[in-house]
Design a binder for this molecule. Sequence first.
Ligand SMILES: *[C@@H]1O[C@H](CO)[C@@H](O)[C@H](O)[C@H]1NC(C)=O
Ligand SMILES: *[C@@H]1O[C@H](CO)[C@@H](O)[C@H](O)[C@H]1NC(C)=O
Ligand SMILES: *[C@@H]1O[C@H](CO)[C@@H](O)[C@H](O)[C@H]1NC(C)=O
Ligand SMILES: *[C@@H]1O[C@H](CO)[C@@H](O)[C@H](O)[C@H]1NC(C)=O
Ligand SMILES: *[C@@H]1O[C@H](CO)[C@@H](O)[C@H](O)[C@H]1NC(C)=O
Length: 946
Amino acid sequence: MDIRIKLLLVLVFIHVLLASGQNQDFVYLQALKDNWKNTPPNWVGSDPCGDKWDGITCTDSRITSITLASINLIGEISGDIGQLTELQMLDLSYNKGLIGSLTPDIGSLKKILVGCSFNGPLPDTLGSLPQLSYLALNSNGFTGKIPPSIGNLTKLYWLDLADNKLSGPIPVSDGPTPGLDLLLSAKHFHFGKNQLSGPIPSQLFSSKMTLKHVLFEDNQLTGTIPLTLGLVQTLEVLRLDRNMLSGDVPSNINNLTLINQLFLSNNKFDGPLPNLTGMTILNYLDMSNNSFKPSQIPPWFSSLQSLTTLMMQETQLQGEVPADLFSIPQIETVVLRNNRLNGTLDLGASYSNHLSLIDMSNNFISGFTQRSRYTADLILISNPICLESETTAPYCDHSRESNSSYSTPSDNCIAATCGLDEISSPNCKCSYPYTGTLTFRAPSFSNLGNSTIYTSLQSSLMSSFESNQLPVDTVSLSHPTKNSDDYLEVTLDIFPSGDERFNRSGISRIGFVLSNQTYKPPHVFGPYFFIANNYDSFSDLSKRKHKSISIGVIIGVSAGGFVLVLLLVIAGIYAYHQKGRAERATIKNSPFASWDPDKGSGGRPQLKGARSFTFEELKACTNNFSAAANIGSGGYGMVYRGSLPNGQLVAIKRAQHGSTQGGLEFKTEIELLSRVHHKNLVSLVGFCFDAGEQMLVYEYIVNGTLKDSLSGRTGIRLDWMRRLKITLGAARGLQYLHELADPPIIHRDVKSNNILLDERLNAKVSDFGLSKPLGEADQTHVTTQVKGTMGYMDPEYYMTQQLNEKSDVYSFGIVMLELITARNPIEKGKYIVRQVKEAMDTRKDLYNLREVLDPIISLSSEQLQGLERFVDVALRCVEETGNRRPKMSEVVKEIENIMELAGMNPNAESASTSESYEGKSKGNNHPYLTDFSYSGGLLASDLEAK
Ligand SMILES: *[C@@H]1O[C@H](CO)[C@@H](O)[C@H](O)[C@H]1NC(C)=O
Ligand SMILES: *[C@@H]1O[C@H](CO)[C@@H](O)[C@H](O)[C@H]1NC(C)=O
Ligand SMILES: *[C@@H]1O[C@H](CO)[C@@H](O)[C@H](O)[C@H]1NC(C)=O
Ligand SMILES: *[C@@H]1O[C@H](CO)[C@@H](O)[C@H](O)[C@H]1NC(C)=O
Ligand SMILES: *[C@@H]1O[C@H](CO)[C@@H](O)[C@H](O)[C@H]1NC(C)=O
């Protein structure tokens, strides 16, 4: 053979070899991309490595890492990821739109981090990733047992399974079956906030273990603490609180002398108080709420010279409180409430100047001695000292509240006045920060009001960002709070340097530094995790957002432990919608074809009270769909106001060409809508299915949306009584849909924009476009593609995709909070539920909510009677899980009760009409001129027709 040909062949061969690996990775990445919405815009072409796709790192043209934190990916993770055989790092953190179960089968993966919405069981194949060293699957919705095969991962040093729905026992090895006791390299067992049960296996611990953090809090573990735990000499943080552990705490626990934070609280320990002598570097000790044998405060408490925090409420302590407890040098907090302590409380001659709270409430303390003036918080309520004498001492005052709020101050400048969604940074520049919540699972301090702490956190964050060369200008911290698991949560805002927005790669890289624990906070903060909010201010997205009236849809987060963060669907759903339209180019044969009214044929829709209009009729009553008659638009088309020949005003929703639905679906929809008649529901007057058009004709509601009135746009003044009446009306409308309509209807898009006000300010619930009837009578939920509007959407529905009427109840709770605050559900990145909960203090007048109330009601002279109960109902509606929320009928009853107490007759027809309201605007405000949610109101079911 000619030497040149040979050479050529060899070259071709080499080329094919090189190309094949690369192409093969491309094919699988492309498959993943097709499953995902919102992939980075520069994911185009066929060479992810050469073209440097955002988030993709390659070595020798093979994909070795995928880091796509916080870019709002939506979709499912597919098995294709397993075909990326060189992949070592997978970081999909904070993409709450990623769902499905995890099925990785990737031999060389070293790190997996996901804080998404994955559910289903953890795959047993996790055990066959021998290189895996870092596995963080926290804050998803995983169910089932911890796979024993994880015990196979001998290189694993980080195992975080916290905040899922894992159940069953903690697996230990048994013959050939591996178990977690084999993880001798592991430093971190983070299993908190799951439903793990059974005893903690004795075999789990041994002196060969090198664990630093054992976090088993908030599970359902039973039995006693195994003696073997005392052998894990490396332990620094131990949380066993919030379980059902019982019996004696093993006496060798004080052999764990490196422990800084120890939580045994909220269990059923019933042996003697453990002797912790020797735990000389212990900072935080919480043994509250156990049934230890009654005992005096032991002298060894005062020997724990590093304590900052001593939490011993309800632990059967009795006798006198030794004064030397308060002279522990760093002591900040001493909580001994609900015990049987007696005698005189003596702070001693030299109590620590770090003390910020002493809570001795509900004991038998009869006197108080201070030798120098003590100014920090002291609570002695429900002690003889407060009960017997009619003392007015501050320590007997119920309503006192320690105020430990913190917010990074401006850096010698005056905060800028910023536009919508922009926030003034500590440097007083307006920009769009990346925000989220830093959660510390076991801090060593308890004085949340010490600003030095936050300053040090801020500077350590900045230096981490700087050393990783991230485009960060400043960070700010705010709202430190302890949640119900005793985690410290701090809001973190990260401001971009240079530009006013981050780009995708910036966001992903920052997300990675926080998700991968690259960032190490100062030691006092202990183990942490970060949950980011979605970043919806990428420049390409925001342009689109401004073009079409807030197509954006936001899913709210509930406060508390439930970490469903934010999801922004914008581009993805929009694209999906467009795609759906294209795919539905062929409309089914019209079932209306046979609807010749004269023939009375069987295909006729079963309509109750709704009539069929011809295109010509509607054309005439809207002046040929003139611009003047156009009162709004949405994703599916236009809304017109028209006047029927009989003088009735109507609102006509006209589907634009290309967004019409199949005839059959249209028929189903109008049949359903025509059956729904209630005075608190906007009723369907008729429809038009003619000349290729699909239109729905509704009664016209003069006073526009509730949102318009709350925002002041209509000039209608909503006083407290009117708000109660509107609440009741809307609640009754929904109650009808849920409990009286046949079949029952779930609205799915309850929001203040979908509650209209008629001339008597009766509330009318509108837009059943997203509604979906429940199927068979015994069916309690339907599984559907998630729809709704951000901020109003039920997180449980979002997580499980199982829709039931409690999802509407959730949204209605948000509307109730809007009614009292006149705030958007999500405003400047703050979620209304959280805002209210944070401001709330049930011991105070109006629950201390004046600050967050709509000034229209809070500044008026009107008595806000029943406001507290109103808030109670609203907060029950937004409980995390549906089964804890009331039914609409219960909400209706409670609002009726509130109205009666406030002296109103809930069944009275209001005589006044809106005409008498001062300043009523006659502008072109209109009920249907609203920010339609992404799928468009009326014809949303077309989305469903995949
Ligand atoms: C454990 O790892 C070995 C290889 O290191 C593998 O052969 C075995 O199948 C794995 N076991 C499980 C349960 O995954
Ligand atoms: C306590 O720890 C020491 C090592 O520091 C060890 O020798 C001893 O056996 C331990 N005691 C118990 C009761 O576990
Ligand atoms: C606690 O243990 C220490 C040493 O381990 C011992 O000296 C002390 O007497 C014990 N205290 C009590 C109250 O049992
Ligand atoms: C305090 O309580 C202890 C035991 O509960 C009792 O022996 C003692 O007399 C009480 N002291 C005072 C001052 O009441
Ligand atoms: C605040 O925290 C710093 C750092 O931990 C500490 O040095 C300082 O003493 C604390 N201040 C108070 C009043 O506790």
